[in-house]
Design a protein around this ligand. Structure first.
Ligand code: ADP
Ligand code: MG
Length: 356
C-alpha cells in the first residue's frame, strides 16, 4: 500500500501470538529459572537442584522432590492458562502460591524444547513428556524410571527467536544471573536445600543444605565474610492512625554492620514470601548506610516484610518485580529509623514496636 494509506488490519496467526506472549514472560535463562524454582517451591519441594549448561542457553534443568504431576494432567500441562493453583478470579484475593496464571511452562514450550519427567508418590513409575509449542509430543508421556518429584529441562532457549537469542549476554553473564536468582530464593526458603551445578562438573557450584537459622543459610549462600557481619533486625509495627485499615507490618531482616566491607550492594527483598523489588525502600536503606559507611563501601541487606495480603497487589505482570503497597512511605520511614538504630547500636539485636 502507498505510504499515505492505512495498511489493512489482519489477525496474527496463533503461533505468532504465542511466541510473542512467551517472550514477555521469558526474557532470558534466569527468568525461566525463576518460574521453574517457583513451581518447585509451590509443589512443596524440600530439595532443589539446578543444572546449567552454557549459561542456561543450552540447558537449564530444575529437579525437585515435590508432589509431582498426575499423568492425566500431562496432556494440557503446557497449554496456555492451565493451572492447578487458581480457579476463580476471587481466588486471587488469597493466592498463596507463586504461580496462578498458568503461563510459564506454556511460554517455555513456545521458545525452547521442554522435557518434563515426573512422578507422584503412589505412581508405579515416572513419566517423561516432551513439549513443543504447547503440545505434548507423540501424544503421550513415556513411562520411565524415576523418584518422586519433577525434573523440567529447558533446552536450546530461543532456538526459534534469533533476535532474542542474540540479545542474550555471554554464557558467563547469564550464568551469574542464574546464580543470583537461586541465591535469593535460597536466602528466603531455608527449609529447602538448593544446589547449582554446571553440567559435567562433579562439584556443585553452590550447595545450601537445609538450615534452621537464616544466618546459617546466608553463610552457605553468600559466604562467611558476609554472615559474620550480619545483625538481626526485627520489627513488629501496628499503627492504627495511618489511614484506612492502619499500618501493620512485620520485618525480619539481617543487615550488615558498619564494619562490613564490600564494593557491591546486595539488597534481597521478599514481601509476603514473594521476591520483589522496591526502589524506594532500597534507596532509603542505602541512604542510612551512606551516612555511616566510608565512601565506596556498600551494605548487605536481607529483608522479609509481611504485610496484610490486601495491602499488596499480586496481580501484576510476572516479570514486573517492582511492587507498590499501601502506606509505603510510612513503612519506609519506620524501617529507615530501625536500620539507623541498629547501625548506631552496632552489635545489638533489637525488636522495635511502635504503637500496639
Ligand atoms: P502456574 O504456576 O501459574 O500454575 P505454570 O505454567 O508455571 O503455571 O505451571 C502450570 C502447572 O504445572 C502448575 O499449576 C502445576 O500444577 C504444574 N507444575 C509445574 N511445575 C511443577 C512442579 N515442579 N511440580 C509439580 N507440578 C508442577
Ligand atoms: Mg508457575
Amino acid at each position: 500500500a502507498p505510504a499515505d494509506e492505512p495498511r489493512p488490519i489482519r489477525r496474527l496467526a496463533e503461533d505468532v501470538v504465542n511466541r510473542v506472549a512467551a517472550g514477555e514472560v521469558i526474557h532470558r535463562p534466569s527468568s525461566a529459572l525463576k518460574e521453574l524454582l517457583e513451581n518447585a517451591l509451590d509443589a512443596g519441594a524440600t530439595a532443589i537442584t539446578v543444572t546449567v549448561k552454557d549459561g542456561g542457553c543450552k540447558l537449564l534443568q530444575v529437579t525437585d522432590d515435590g508432589v509431582g504431576i498426575r499423568e492425566n494432567d500431562l496432556a494440557i500441562l503446557c497449554e496456555r492458562h492451565t493451572t492447578s493453583k487458581l480457579a476463580t478470579f476471587e481466588d486471587l484475593n488469597e493466592v498463596a502460591t507463586f504461580g496462578f496464571r498458568g503461563e510459564a511452562l506454556a511460554s517455555m514450550s513456545f521458545v525452547a524444547n521442554l522435557t518434563v519427567t515426573t512422578m507422584t508418590k503412589d505412581a508405579p513409575h515416572a513419566l517423561k513428556a516432551s513439549y513443543r509449542d504447547g503440545v505434548l509430543e507423540n501424544g503421550a508421556a513415556m513411562p520411565c524410571a524415576g523418584v518422586k518429584g519433577t525434573t523440567i529441562a529447558v533446552e536450546n532457549l530461543f532456538y526459534n527467536v534469533p533476535t532474542r537469542r542474540k540479545a542474550l549476554r555471554s554464557p558467563t553473564e547469564e550464568y551469574n544471573r542464574i546464580v543470583d536468582v537461586v541465591q535469593r530464593y535460597a536466602s528466603s526458603r531455608t527449609a529447602t536445600s538448593f544446589v547449582i551445578r554446571k553440567l559435567g562438573e562433579a562439584r556443585p557450584a553452590l550447595h545450601c543444605p537445609v538450615a534452621t537459622e537464616r544466618v546459617d543459610r546466608l553463610r552457605a549462600v553468600y559466604g562467611a565474610a558476609v554472615a559474620k557481619e550480619l545483625t538481626p533486625l526485627r520489627l513488629n509495627v501496628s499503627m492504627p492512625g495511618a489511614g484506612a485499615g492502619g499500618l501493620r507490618f512485620a520485618l525480619d531482616a539481617l543487615i550488615s554492620s558498619s564494619s562490613y566491607h564490600s564494593k557491591k550492594s546486595t539488597f534481597v527483598l521478599f514481601i509476603n514470601d514473594r521476591l520483589v523489588e522496591c526502589a524506594g525502600l532500597k534507596r532509603a536503606i542505602e541512604a542510612v548506610y551512606a551516612a555511616v559507611l566510608p565512601k565506596a563501601e556498600k551494605p548487605f541487606v536481607y529483608a522479609a516484610l509481611t504485610l496484610p495480603p490486601r495491602a499488596v497487589d499480586v496481580n501484576v505482570h510476572p516479570t514486573k518485580r517492582e511492587v507498590h503497597f499501601l502506606h509505603q512511605d510510612e513503612l519506609i520511614d519506620e524501617v529507615q529509623r530501625a536500620v539507623e538504630g541498629v547501625l548506631r547500636g552496632a552489635n545489638a539485636s533489637r525488636t522495635f514496636s511502635v504503637g500496639t
